[in-house]
Design a binder for this molecule. Structure first.
Ligand SMILES: [Zn+2]
Length: 108
């Protein structure tokens, strides 16, 4: 977990922002745990500390430049839920056979 994830848990109970049983409607904000907000602060401080490091900043810039952008990855539409999903490393060898966005959709 990092800053963003910790903040999600601080804002939403169980870290869940959307209700999968109600067509992914956004859940009520402000239902999370205050302890997670404290954790987020710790992550944030270390994140800023790391960004102040010249080597880290240079390596991050290089990584951002070299990585494949998510929008450039191939997409498919899930045969179960009908939502689009993006190529993942774990599907590298079997992308042509992938039909579902998740194990959950595959089981249904
Ligand atoms: Zn699906």
């Amino acid at each position: 977990m990092g800053y963003t994830r910790a903040r999600r848990y601080a804002n939403y109970k169980g870290g869940k922002k959307y209700d999968e049983t109600k067509d992914y409607a956004q859940l009520e904000r402000g239902t999370g745990e205050t302890e997670k907000a404290a954790a987020a602060t710790v992550f944030y401080d270390y994140w800023k500390h790391a960004e102040a490091n010249g080597l880290y900043a240079a390596l991050k810039k290089q990584w951002k430049h070299e990585r494949v952008k998510k929008q450039d990855l191939p997409q498919k539409v899930c045969m179960n839920c009908g939502r689009p999903f993006t190529w993942r490393k774990k599907w590298e060898k079997a992308w042509d056979e992938v039909k579902y966005c998740s194990d959950k959709c595959k089981k249904k």
